[in-house]
Design a protein around this ligand. Structure first.
Ligand code: FE2
Ligand code: FE2
Length: 191
C-alpha cells in the first residue's frame, strides 16, 4: 500500500459516522469523479497505449461503485443531490505542473494519492460502522481501491523514470497531507 505521510486522525471517523448521510452522498460523488478522472486521461493521452485499457477498466469499475452507492442512498431514503465538495481534489490538482511530460506524471500520482487516501478512509469507515450491511460494502470496496492506487503508480512508472516517480510522489504526498490538515467547515471523505 502507498505510504501516506500522515495517517487520518481518529476524530475524522467520529465526525464521519455522526454525519454519515453526508459522507454517503459525498462517496457517490467521489466514485463518479474517480470514473471521470480516468476517462479524462483517456481523452487527453490517446498517444499512450499503455494507459488505454487499464484506465477504461478502472473507469467502468468506478461507475459500478457509483451505482452501488446510489443504491445504498436510495435504501436509506437519502436524496441524491448536488453537494458542496471538499476543496481537497481541487487543491491537489492545482499542484499539477502544466508542461509535459511532468503533467502526465503529476496527474497519475495525484490520482494514486486520492485512491490511497480513499482506501485508508474506507477501511476506517468499515471498522467503525455499526450497520453490518454497510460495513460489508465498505470492506468489499477496499481491495478495489487498493488496486487502483497501485495501478496509477505502475502506470506512472511505465512512462517516467522510477527515481523521478518516487521523488515527485514523496513531494506530492507531503502536500496531500498538508492539504488534508487544513480546516474544513464540513465533513467529507477527504476533509
Ligand atoms: Fe471506487
Ligand atoms: Fe478507485
Amino acid at each position: 500500500m502507498l505510504k501516506l505521510v500522515v495517517p487520518t486522525p481518529p476524530n475524522w471517523v467520529l465526525g464521519a459516522i455522526e454525519h454519515f448521510d453526508e459522507i454517503l452522498l459525498d462517496h457517490a460523488h467521489c466514485e463518479k469523479k474517480a470514473a471521470g478522472a480516468a476517462v479524462k486521461l483517456l481523452f487527453a493521452y490517446p498517444q499512450h497505449p499503455h494507459l488505454q485499457e487499464p484506465l477504461s477498466r478502472l473507469a467502468r469499475e468506478e461507475l459500478g461503485h457509483y451505482e452501488e452507492v446510489l443504491r445504498h442512498l436510495a435504501e436509506r431514503d437519502i436524496e441524491f443531490r448536488r453537494q458542496r465538495p471538499s476543496p481537497y481534489g481541487g487543491k491537489l490538482h492545482a499542484l499539477v505542473r502544466p508542461r509535459e511530460p511532468d503533467r502526465l506524471l503529476d496527474l497519475l500520482l495525484v490520482a494514486a494519492l486520492i485512491e490511497a487516501r480513499s482506501c485508508e478512509r474506507l477501511k476506517l469507515l468499515s471498522d467503525a460502522l455499526e450497520d453490518e450491511e454497510l460495513a460489508r460494502f465498505y470492506r468489499g470496496l477496499l481491495a478495489a481501491e487498493a488496486r487502483h492506487h497501485q495501478l496509477y503508480f505502475d502506470l506512472a512508472c511505465q512512462s517516467h523514470p522510477l527515481t523521478e516517480v518516487r521523488s515527485r510522489l514523496s513531494e506530492l504526498s507531503r502536500r496531500e497531507s498538508e492539504i488534508l490538515g487544513e480546516p474544513a467547515p464540513f465533513v467529507r471523505l477527504h476533509t
